[in-house]
Design a protein around this ligand. Structure first.
Ligand code: ATP
Ligand code: MG
Length: 247
C-alpha cells in the first residue's frame, strides 16, 4: 500500500492536507483523507454546526496539530516562516486593548517599517476599512461591524499570502456583512489567497470560487462553485442546498 505520508504523495498545491485526523474520547472529530487548495480561490468551507469546519481551518493554518496527517504549503511542511505569511480572522474579533491605530501599528512594527511609513500605511488601511475617523478610539469600543473590519484590516496589514477567515460575518447585519465581503474580495483581487468558513449559502455563492462541504468531520464534496451549486454530486450537498436541517 502506498504510504500517504511520503513526499511523493504530495504535489505542489498551495495548501494540501493528507490523512488529517483528530479524535477525542474514542470518537473522530476530523477525518480528511485529502484536500488540495489550488488556483486563485476564494475557497469557501461550508457545512452545518459541528461539522468540523473550524477544526479543519485551524489545522490548515497550523494553529492546532492533528493527531495524524500533514498540511503542506507549496509542497513543504508548514513552518514558522510560511505561517508568518498567513493570517486568520475569527468569528469574534480579537483586538488589543489599545486604540484602533495602535492595533494596526502592532502588526506593522513586525515588518520593520519606519515610523512614517507605518503612519502612512495605517492611514491607507483605515481608509480601506472605513475607519479613518476612528484612529484614536479604543478598539474595544467599536461596534461589532467596525471591530470585525478592524480585525480584517489587521490581518491584511501584513499582506499575507493566505488569509483564513472563520465565520467572520456570522454576528453581523447584512450591511456590515457586505463591507467585510467587499474587503475580502479586494484582498483576493490583490493576490491574497482566501480560505473562508461560513454556513451561509448566500455568502458561499457570492464569494466562492470553489466550495468544500464538510459533514460530520469529513469532506462530503469539494467542487468548483458553479458545479457545486448547479449539479451537486453528493447527497450531503443536495440536502444542504435544499435546506435540510440534518444532512
Ligand atoms: N477541543 C475539543 N475537544 C473536544 N471536542 C472538540 C474540541 N474542539 C472541537 N470539538 C468538537 O469537534 C466538532 C467539530 O467542531 P468545529 O468547531 O470544527 O465545528 P464547526 O463546523 O466549526 O461548527 P460551527 O458552525 O458551530 O462553528 C464539534 O462537535 C466540537 O464539539
Ligand atoms: Mg466553527
Amino acid at each position: 500500500m502506498r504510504d500517504l505520508l511520503t513526499d511523493e504523495a504530495f504535489g505542489e498545491a498551495l495548501i494540501e492536507a493528507r490523512d488529517l485526523r483528530i479524535g477525542r474520547n474514542g470518537g473522530t472529530l476530523l477525518d480528511v483523507a485529502h484536500l488540495a487548495l489550488d488556483g486563485q480561490g476564494p475557497t469557501v468551507i461550508l457545512g452545518p454546526n459541528g461539522a468540523g469546519k473550524s477544526l479543519l481551518l485551524r489545522c490548515l493554518h497550523g494553529l492546532i496539530a492533528p493527531d495524524r496527517g500533514q498540511v503542506r504549503q507549496n509542497g513543504a511542511l508548514l513552518n514558522a516562516a510560511a505561517r508568518a505569511r498567513q493570517a486568520m480572522v475569527f468569528q469574534k474579533p480579537v483586538l488589543l486593548r489599545r486604540s484602533v491605530a495602535a492595533n494596526l501599528d502592532f502588526v506593522l512594527k513586525r515588518q520593520k517599517l519606519t515610523r512614517s511609513d507605518r503612519k502612512a500605511r495605517i492611514a491607507v488601511l483605515l481608509e480601506e476599512g472605513g475607519l479613518s475617523g476612528k484612529a484614536r478610539q479604543p478598539a474595544r469600543s467599536l461596534s461589532g461591524g467596525e471591530a470585525q473590519r478592524l480585525a480584517v484590516l489587521r490581518a491584511l496589514a501584513s499582506a499575507p499570502d493566505i488569509l483564513f477567515l472563520d465565520e467572520p460575518t456570522s454576528a453581523l447585519d447584512p450591511a456590515a456583512t457586505q463591507d467585510i465581503e467587499a474587503m475580502v474580495l479586494r484582498a483576493a483581487r490583490r493576490g491574497t489567497r482566501i480560505v473562508m468558513v461560513t454556513h451561509d449559502i448566500g455568502q458561499a455563492r457570492r464569494l466562492g470560487h470553489d466550495i468544500v462541504l464538510m459533514q460530520a468531520g469529513q469532506i462530503a464534496e469539494h467542487a468548483l462553485a458553479h458545479d457545486f451549486f448547479d449539479s451537486p454530486q453528493s447527497q450531503a450537498a443536495r440536502r444542504f442546498l435544499a435546506g435540510a436541517l440534518v444532512l
